[in-house]
Design a binder for this molecule. Structure first.
Ligand code: SF4
Length: 446
């Protein structure tokens, strides 16, 4: 069970020496209780207390890292049930399954297309995390060849899938030195699979038909020396998967139930109806999957899933921001207009994309509005005439232009008079309310 702040405090030296960076042992204890600091930050804990505290300080969902050739997928370490309470930290890794009974050329072509997929969303490059190679052939050599074919075109992390330890051993040889995820240990093979995972510094998926049997199996594997585990509770439809994943997360977080304190793997591609793969993946992103193995790749379906993942795994209390400053779009000259907007990234990209798409040159002043959208920032007093005038001066906009025209968003037309007072040398123009109307405004009104 997790210890409370007071219980932790009783185990600390109580000298208030500040070596941990906190003014008192109590302040440190309270942070430790909410897993916001590492126990190692206090160098003075007695050995007796250390064991008890270390168990309590462990994250309720273990952090698992799957690595390869400079790439890394990190999942787990989550501390809340609901994103509105606090942020979710580590995005689930999205992997695409490659079956080893496919032709080498087909494997390479599929893996290459997925490896090269990259799309920019509000300044963030979205990519697929890796591949799950499955030994459907049951043959070690065929499995190894499929892994080699994937490795020939992609260096991304791998999940290796085979229930047969001998086949798995063949596959692991191909990627010796990487830290893959091995799928899977069950009642019948867990000892051999654990040995293999230990030998190759891999993480291991543990699967079982019920949560009870799953929670019997993980302590046995931990006792053998392997702590980097991932759970497959076996849910392959919407209801089972949601219920099982929720129970696992609840037990881990609210009861500190160690046997289920691990990330979860999901297989949306195993749905009987293939048209349900994408909605199932969306559910897995929202509800607690750490690894998601998909079968069908298409840019049209992966893009919304990656955007959903980005939105679920951003801190709801911190808007995504871009750097305030003066941006040049379509190579503006001194006579071109200055548009102003806020540094909320979605606002910035909406405006910047429309100006860019119009083909007309303009300067875009991105004011520091604490990452809020136009109206929200204005209502909060972060995007008023004073702030805009301040940023016009801070970013030396007057040095770049001859024609001092500044266009403010139509939604804050009300500040135009005040802005004229703040910037007496400038002509203040009111632009459209919506970014989509910027191109016609630039063509007709300027
Ligand atoms: Fe207390 Fe340890 Fe922090 Fe010193 S370093 S204040 S003993 S918790």
């Amino acid at each position: 069970m997790a210890l409370s702040g007071i219980e932790i405090y009783k185990l600390l030296p109580k000298t208030n020496c500040k070596d941990c960076g906190f003014p008192t042992c109590m302040a440190f204890a309270l942070k430790l209780a909410t897993k916001q600091v590492e126990l190692a930050a206090c160098p003075h804990v007695s050995e007796e207390a250390q064991e008890e505290l270390a168990a309590s300080a462990e994250p309720p969902v273990r952090l698992i890292k799957v690595k390869s050739n400079g790439h890394e997928v990190q999942v787990g370490n989550e501390v809340v049930l609901y994103r509105h309470e606090k942020t979710f930290y580590n995005k689930p890794g999205i992997f695409f399954r490659i079956r080893d009974d496919e032709e080498e050329a087909a494997i390479k072509a599929k893996a290459k297309q997925i490896d090269e997929y990259q799309v920019n969303y509000v300044g963030i490059d979205l990519i697929v995390d890796g591949f799950a190679v499955e030994a459907v052939s049951g043959d070690g050599k065929t499995f190894s060849s499929a892994i080699s074919a994937v490795r020939a075109v992609s260096q991304r992390p791998l999940i290796l899938i085979s229930g047969d330890p001998a086949t798995m051993a063949e596959g692991l040889k191909v990627i010796n030195g990487e830290a893959p995820l091995v799928y899977a240990a069950d009642e019948s093979n867990w000892e051999e699979m654990t040995d293999l995972a230990l030998q190759h510094k891999a993480s291991l998926v543990v699967k079982s038909a019920t949560l009870e049997s799953l929670s019997d199996l993980t302590p046995k594997i931990k006792e053998k020396g392997l702590a980097d585990l991932v759970l497959d509770p076996g849910g392959r439809n919407f209801n089972n998967s949601l219920v099982q994943n929720t129970i696992i997360r609840r037990l881990a977080l609210t009861k500190n139930f160690r046997p289920l304190g691990f990330p979860i793997i999901a297989f949306p591609g195993n749905m009987e109806d293939p048209t349900l793969e994408v909605p199932m993946a969306a559910q897995a992103i929202a509800k607690y999957a750490g690894f998601i193995v998909m079968d069908t790749f298409s840019p049209e379906t992966i893009y919304p899933l990656l955007v959903l993942r980005e939105n679920i795994f951003t801190d709801p209390q911190k808007p995504i921001q871009v750097q305030p400053g003066l941006y040049e779009i379509n190579e503006p000259k001194p006579e071109d207009p200055v548009l102003v907007t806020t540094n909320f990234s979605i606002t910035y990209f909406s405006v910047a994309n429309e100006v860019e798409g119009s083909g007309l040159p303009a300067w875009l002043l991105v004011a520091d509005a604490e990452g809020m959208s136009v109206l929200t920032a204005w209502a909060a007093g972060n995007f008023d005439s004073e702030q805009i005038a301040k940023d016009v001066k801070r970013f030396k906009v007057a040095d770049k232009v001859d024609n001092k025209r500044i266009v403010i968003p139509g939604a804050i037309a009300v500040i135009s008079g005040e802005l004229e007072e703040e910037l007496p040398d400038w002509e203040i123009k009111v632009g459209p309310r919506e970014a989509v109307d910027i191109p016609s405004f630039l063509k007709q009104a300027l």
